[in-house]
Design a binder for this molecule. Sequence first.
Ligand SMILES: Cc1ncc(COP(=O)(O)O)c(C=O)c1O
Length: 395
Amino acid sequence: MSHIQQMIVSPAARLQEVSEYYFAKKLRELRERMNKGEDIINLGIGNPDMAPSDDTVKALINSAVEPHHHGYQPYKGIPALRNGFANWYLNTYGVTLDPEQEILPLIGSKEGIMHISMAFLNPGDQVLVPNPGYPTYTSVTRLVEAEPVFYALTEENGWKPDLEALAAQDLSKVKLMWINYPHMPTGTNASLADLEELVAFAQKHQILLCHDNPYSLVLNKEPRSIFSVPGAWEVAIELNSLSKSHNMAGWRIGMVAGAQPYVDTVMRVKSNMDSGMFLPMQEAAAAALNNSYEWHRARNEEYAERKVIACQLLDTLGCSYATDQAGMFVWASTPDGTDGFAFTDAVLDETLVFLTPGGIFGSEGNNYVRISLCTPKHRLQEALERIRERQLTSV
Ligand SMILES: Cc1ncc(COP(=O)(O)O)c(C=O)c1O
């Protein structure tokens, strides 16, 4: 029910090409169906269902009971959190960051995409955006009235950008390029040589390379930072996040790393938008960054077991996929190149199992689907049984 038929003012022009996030709409639809009693198994969204480490939750509780821990906090985060990120970068990627000047904690890395875009883009600037890729790169680019220029990632190219073809285009208006490895949604990892080529490309064309790196610890044997590449400091910044790697998606904790002038520029935007992060969450995040190797291994083992069932489900549907994907999804082509939207709608209607149509990540994803591993094994197994049943009845 709405109290009014029409607003007295029209939305800003910048919203003309931006619609509500696909998942916001789709999840509302699924929720409505579930409220009516349909037992939908949602294998769509990458929302980790496992808990953060015990030490993380204890740190939150212990800090929250302190009466003086409830005030505004420094815009650039508490030293313990920035030091935690710096140690984590050193231990995970072998990269040294100065916690005073090269790290800015964020309220989730998604907001970082907006801050970076506001900090560096003028209306009319062009931005290289992966197709398929995380939809927020496109919508935020449009929100700041810049222009997304899509670069195709295709199965034939191993889901890597064709930098030679890109260099042959007019790049004079391109100011920024989004890259994301391990790549969502395709699960492709980048080798050090791939990242070196990207850095060299950014240097040659004077483009700010923004590496979005939230999946590096999930089912990935070789976590890499863009700063593993010599020369990256001049041309690159990196987003990272505790959402997937530490099971803390709802906490909204991420960070941007980069050379001081870049981080300071992002800070000029961010400090005008929020007023710091809740101290107990920062202390808990610092504790999470100390999670043991064993904690990460156990989380990955659970995802690996789920992946086996997810792959059986995809096999049953007649989908094909690469077996070396990193991250918390499996990306697969639909049988006989069927349209992913029609395919996932049919699967949903017939089995009440929801898979993500690859087309929401861009046109190059049209004939693909993405299945998330953020569902317990017994539910994945149930989804598999329903799909087996469907295949039997449709034969
Ligand atoms: C590629 C990519 N980047 C960024 C994000 C945002 O993560 P965060 O929870 O840190 O905002 C996501 C979340 O799904 C993602 O898939």
